[in-house]
Structure formats: C-alpha cells, structure tokens
Write a protein that binds this ligand. Sequence first.
Ligand code: ATP
Length: 477
Amino acid sequence: MKKDHKHTALESLASLCKRRGFIFQSSEIYGGINGFWDYGPLGSELKRNIRDHWWKTMVTSREDVVGLDASIIMHPRVWEASGHLGGFADPMVDCKDCKKRYKADGLCEEQGKELVKTEKGYEIPEGIVCTACGSNNLTEPREFNLMFKTYVGPVEDESAVAYLRPETAQGIFAQFANVVSTSRQKVPFGIAQIGKAFRNEINPRNYTFRSREFEQMELEFFIKPGTDEEWHAYWVNERLKWYEEIGLPAESLHKDVHPKEKLAHYASACTDVAYDFPFGRQELEGIAARGNFDLSQHQKFSGKSMEYFDQETNEKFVPHVVEPSAGVDRIALAVLCNAYAEEWIPKGDTEGGVIPAEPGAKRPPEGYEARTVLRFKPRIAPIKVAVFPLLKNKPELVAKAREVFDATRENWSTFWDQTGAIGRRYRRQDEIGTPFGVTVDFDTLEDDTVTVRERDSMQQQRISVSELQSYLRDAIA
Ligand code: ATP
C-alpha cells in the first residue's frame, strides 16, 4: 500500500522524537505496552514548558483562580456521582474472524456511516466490515467501561474496588467546599488542576494522541447561574489565545461548536479547540458549560451541601461551572507536528534562501544541504540556548565559553556542545528546536562579544557578553 505523505510526516516526526529523546515507547525493552508512552529528556522539558505556561496563564497570573493537586485514586462513590461508573463506556465490536477489536463508532465513521443507537444499546449498520481482514462477521456492539479498576488494601474483594481517575475534574468538584472555605475566593472563581488521568481506550492510536495514560490540565470555573453563556464565550476566547501563545498558528486551530441536540442533558454549550494534525482535524481541548450537574450530583451522593452563599445579594445557590479541559500530551504532539520541518538551506556562499525539502527526494540540489528543524516558539522549546566554544582544544576559549554557559543556565535550560564543526553543532540544535546558539571564538577573547545565531532565520549577530542575558531574555519572552 502506498503511504500518503501525511503519514510519512508523522512517522518521520516519531523517528526524530525517538532518536533525539523526546518520546519513547513505554517499557520498550520488553516490547512496549500499547497506549503508554515515556517522555525522554527533551520531551519532559517540552511538556513541563506547556504545563508551566498553562499554570502561569490560568492560575498565577489571575486573582480569580486557585490551584489544587488531588489524589488519583478517590472514593469509588465519586465515580457513581459523576456518572462515570454507569455511563463512561464506549461501545466496542470484535471481528470474529481475525479477533481485531474496534471502537464501534470509529469503525462506522471510517466507512462513512453512523453507529445506530437503539433502545437496548447500539447496532452496527449494514455493510460495515473489519478494516484489517475485510470480514463482515462482527460481534454486536457491547459497552465497555473505560475506567481502570484496582483494589485498595490487601483484600481483593468488591468492597476494596477503586478506580484510577479518568479525568482530574472530579477531584476539584469533590473539594469544592473545602476550597471555598479556605481560599476566600468569591464566585465567579476557578479551581485548576494538572495531573494524570487514565482511560482504558479500546484503540489507542495516532502516536501519543489517544493513550491510556495521559495528563490533563483542567479548570472548573464556578459562576452564578444564568451567566453561563458569557463565561463560556470568554473561556473559548481565552483558550484560543493561549494556543497561539505557545506557537500554534491561528489558521491551524478551529472552534468546533457542538450542536445543541448532541449536548449532554445538563450542558448548555460545548466548544472544542481542534488542531489540524497530519491525521486530520482533532480535539485538543473541550470547553463545556456544564450547569450545576457535577456539584449537585456530589451534593446528592455525599449528603454534603455544595451551596454557595453570595454575601452581596444574600442568595444561596449551587454554582454553575464552565470547564476548559485540555490534554498535555495532545498539545505536545500538536506543538511537535507544527514545529517539524525538513528543508534545504544554501551551503556556504550559495545565494538564495531556504526552500522546503521535496517530499521523498533523496538529496538536495547542488549548493544546498538538508536540515531538519523543530521551529518551537522559544518559550516552549526544551532547550533555549546552546553554547559552543569554537575549538575544544583551546583552553582559553573553553574557559570563556564555560563562563557564558554558566551565566546562561542560571536563567534557561542551556546545552553545552564542543564537538564537531560548528555547522554540524548548529544542525544538531536545529533538530531539537533550540532557538539560539552562542559561539565563543577568538574575537570573544579580544572584544568580549559572542556570535548569536537564530535558528529560523539562521542570521548571526555579534553581541557583547555583558548584554547577552538581557538580549536572550527579550528574545525568549
Ligand atoms: P475524545 O473524544 O478524543 O476521546 P474526549 O472528548 O473524551 O476526547 P474529554 O473527556 O473532553 O475528551 O477530555 C479532555 C481532554 O483530555 C481532551 O480534549 C484531550 O486533550 C485529553 N484526552 C482525553 N482522552 C485522551 C486520551 N485517551 N489520550 C490523550 N489525551 C486525552
């Protein structure tokens, strides 16, 4: 089968991510485990930068949002109240011939049809076949709960059953009353949380896009009933701005508005922020106006009041909530896809600018060389600066470069590289997306200036060592 260019782009990216230490298969030495991924030295920095920027934007830079770090395993009643025990299920079908298992709605959609909802459950429409072997010998769709089950304590009986959280949000709802009474926040205000979530997805796929263990960044923004629409619009707008701040271009981002008839019964609006991945337009984040469903459910199941008393108006109410809920891994994947480029750059004195590499071409034209580059926005780049002594066997150059390196890494993640020709060193940094390279050469020893080379334009300029940190500060911000 001929692969289309889009899939080879994702494969090239995945191979770069493995080769340079962004993403590894979990437990690779044992053959891996489907739906789980590990982030290497660069991937963990990338994710940290995404999380940090989210936390800064959503929590520390605001007066009306506070943070929370709730446990992953909670009382099982939480999941009864939230509806996850009863309803958090995907219909799945198996091929009776080759045993492949599918998410039923996904299989139908791929073949241009829609899974039929019946009174008893679901039905596969006529003509749907197994995409692996072509057989139409499929099982009836069966509901499959996506929560991972475990046992708390030494006895593995029903009373010890607990679940790994399938979302971070319920930790926030369950602690709503404690946060209200300790934080002095007044409605409207939000509680934010970043943490791992687990879903036993039937079909993990598209690299890290759909995994069984992933990380969420969720805000529950509590509001006065009746202000749902305006706050929902506000958060959709805020969140779109944030995606641009981490470098995703406006034209690759989309607002997918869920039609009213497809909303959950308690929700009044839901808009997804979607990104154009190489495998199609897919959700990065869902922003939902959920009414007071979650708090009321916890009030009902726990018997504890979730009412809020508004001192200004003397009113008592269960607040409504707007929830922007995003996935760190999906965002990291979008950022990687967006940053990845293969291009041909003019060698030495060759005139002319950079050209995108021709897909499938073995080598660049005469006078050009190939480079792979990750064009991360500086604030998201895992390594911000690389420092190079021009020659490694000149102690005075190395000592001076070391001084620059030490001063720089006080402020940013900085990489030291003294081996190979300077062009090769630039290329290695381009490939991991380092936005700035600083070279210490013989002129540095004379006039205390260094060469700063910018990754995308490849422009170089001399900057005095005393101004380097403030130059980098401006450029990175
Ligand atoms: P999907 O329809 O893709 O399964 P969802 O609508 O169930 O996603 P939500 O429950 O709204 O997702 O979760 C909020 C966010 O958490 C998603 O926008 C996504 O970024 C992230 N997320 C959800 N499931 C996964 C997963 N299996 N792998 C990685 N990230 C996920």
